[in-house]
Design a protein around this ligand. Sequence first.
Ligand code: KG4
Ligand code: ZN
Length: 366
Amino acid sequence: MGQAIPEVNETRYLLAIESSCDETAAAVIRGDFHVLSNVIASQIAVHAAFGGVVPELASRHHIVNVLPVVRESLVQAALVDPSFEGLASLGGVAVTAGPGLVGSLMIGLQAAKALAWGLNLPLIGVNHLEAHLEAAFARLTGSDVGEAPPVPHLALLVSGGHSMILDVRARGQYEILGSTRDDAAGEAFDKVAKMLDLGYPGGPIISRLAVAGDPTAVRFPRAMRRHGELDMSFSGLKTAVRLYLKDHPKLSQQHKADVCASVQEAIVDSLVTKTLDAMKLRARKALVLGGGVAANPRLRERLAAACQERGLSLFVPEMALCTDNAAMVAVAGARRLAEGRIDGMALDARARWRPEQMFTPLSLGS
Ligand code: KG4
Ligand code: ZN
């Protein structure tokens, strides 16, 4: 453990900012990926009334939250003292540059640019998906520090906007083996929760209700089951739930829990089957999980059991590092910095950033 990082090390830290969607987050890590602070201002209460993220409201709340969150992350990392001398311990500023809501991204980006410029530090743009893929390398101080994932490994990235299976040959070198043809896994959870009138965000609510439900109560479809087919699809599941609810307009609490457990099982089943197929196809022995849906207890449990049975090792980020956070951005940023991938002040926000282009330099014109 503890990759050598020239510019950021045990005594030089990296500050990171994340604002791609509805969480304003800032973190400070050491060069060995130990997280010194990981602060998140959630906007769930702001958007819950609308059943989903309202981009304009998200931008406005990022503006209000970004500096207090950054300050808090510096205070928690013991870098803010009356003379601000602690800031001299910083070796760089990383920031999520995309993909995400462009107005939201802009706020974090401008804050990061101002700090990098003011403190004369390198600025590092990070792809949000790559940050999720690297979350398992972060080490929360005080937690049971396990081993860092080895490379090569296979990765399952499941968030609100993306679902992908990737072959990670080395850190930062990815081959996409499969991805969703329509909805992402998290999106499927969220949309089903909306149909059931459960609130937002749907994933955690469904997984909570599912605990009391029977996962075999309703057999919802598992799409694209052909062996070796690594692409996924969740839109058929959504339609099946809609039709089911049309036939069962009034659900008891137990019936609702059964539907939640059954939907969750269908999503988890697809993810687990395809991931195991990919592991076999590429003869990989280690699996890394990332993205908000990685916080789903049933997915974690099913993958852990399957990996144990097959003698594979599984690396799952701490719960707090699965959903959007800045510690994962810091980890990916520290690695990019070590590779000399520094961005200039021309760094721009990218609402869309195709996964295939994840690893190109970020500066304007690239
Ligand atoms: O990674 P993330 O925080 O944001 C994106 O990059 O999209 O992922 C958010 C997604 C949401 O769709 C949310 O419902 C889902 O992750 N999620 C979960 C759970 N916690 C968050 N899905 C299933 N079970 C959970 N416990
Ligand atoms: Zn995310």
